[in-house]
Design a protein around this ligand. Sequence first.
Ligand SMILES: Nc1ncnc2c1ncn2[C@@H]1O[C@H](COP(=O)(O)O)[C@@H](O)[C@H]1OP(=O)(O)O
Ligand SMILES: [Mg+2]
Ligand SMILES: [Mg+2]
Ligand SMILES: [Mg+2]
Length: 415
Amino acid sequence: MNTSFGNSGAVLSIRRGAVLHITARTRPHLNSESKLPLLSSLFLSTTTSRAASATASMSYHKQLAAAKKAASVAARLCQKVQTALLQSDVQSKSDKSPVTVADYGSQAIVSLILEKELTAIPLSLVAEEDSGDLRKEESRETLHRITELVNDTFASDGTINISTVSEEDVLNAIDTGKSEGGPHGQHWVLDPIDGTKGFVRGQQYAIALALLDEGKVVLGVLACPNLPLSSIAKSDFSSSEDKVGCLFFAEVGGGTYMQSLDGTPPTKVHVSTNENPEEASFFESYEAAHSSHGLSSLIASKLGVKAPPVRIDSQAKYGALSRGDGSIYLRFPRRGYVEKIWDHAAGYIVVAAMFTCLCLPKAGGVVNDAGGKPLDFSKGRYLDLDTGIVVTNQQLMPALLKAVQESISEKASSL
Ligand SMILES: Nc1ncnc2c1ncn2[C@@H]1O[C@H](COP(=O)(O)O)[C@@H](O)[C@H]1OP(=O)(O)O
Ligand SMILES: [Mg+2]
Ligand SMILES: [Mg+2]
Ligand SMILES: [Mg+2]
């Protein structure tokens, strides 16, 4: 069935339950490792030491628990929508990117749960979606469906003490996400569905939630409902029958943990300690329009990487990297594209919250721009970047940055 949406020109061919085609015109759990975070302020990695020094004495356990709950409940709404995707659930925003009832529903759920769980200070939320289109007359049915989904999701979760919400409550909860963020105070940063194109294709996506404190990312949660619990190091992992649904979480100076979305106890994860580029595998966007595959392959060949790229959508790439499924993530959007903080904040801390300790002396992920500078989340809703984003471990970063610079110059001179 082909259906156009308004003036935006998005065309979708969708069968109930499956997307056939899309074209667009237009405190960690008390396990044996639970004592490690207590040591962490003594052995911080260089990548997080500045943020950690400002915040080492602070504890974000209450916020982390609320964030895990919010992202897990939002993930349930997204799973429900993805398995029974209806054509009317996908619309197109003014920038031609897709948005679904699940993007809105997920944002409303996270906003309502954070508000309910964290009453000490007023909620400041920097989030991707706003209610502008939903308040239009033609969106009445869509808003009704989102509200129904939010209420059904709360009702089916025995731990959520939120009474039935109205359509106006949903609109207001979505609009809580209009904060501008910035260098002072605490701000939550949310991408309610990161990788909407992957979501619509029935593939990878993430609910990405992070907390900024004085401009630094201090905690992050990544819910990846379709990511296998076991490694996706091989590019053909999609054929795997493995159990899926991962929840990654990290607190500054406390390392990164992963548990299944259905609640198994968390285990500590760490980035690959591989020092040999020939043994490295790298992640990049599934969507060629989001990141230059040509530039990545040039960089990979300069480095001597042998494995083909693993292409998946969303910040699930950061999650996979944080547990060592691969050692490099490359992202080079087209010229003029401005990266948003919600597309990287949670992924950044999940990779960079590693701490060096006596047992893992070289553990630690680094997230830089293509010029080698750390990402700065204190500038508002956007990131001010040199060319692209490169992620790897501390050992490989110098060689990677050299290959990145050489490849960028080579490409520029060939134009
Ligand atoms: N033209 C674009 N170039 C780069 N990234 C984009 C573009 N359009 C949307 N994005 C965002 O990039 C991220 C996904 O990229 P990828 O999956 O390739 O890593 C998502 O955050 C997506 O937004 P959204 O959150 O709306 O899905
Ligand atoms: Mg979007
Ligand atoms: Mg996104
Ligand atoms: Mg999004």
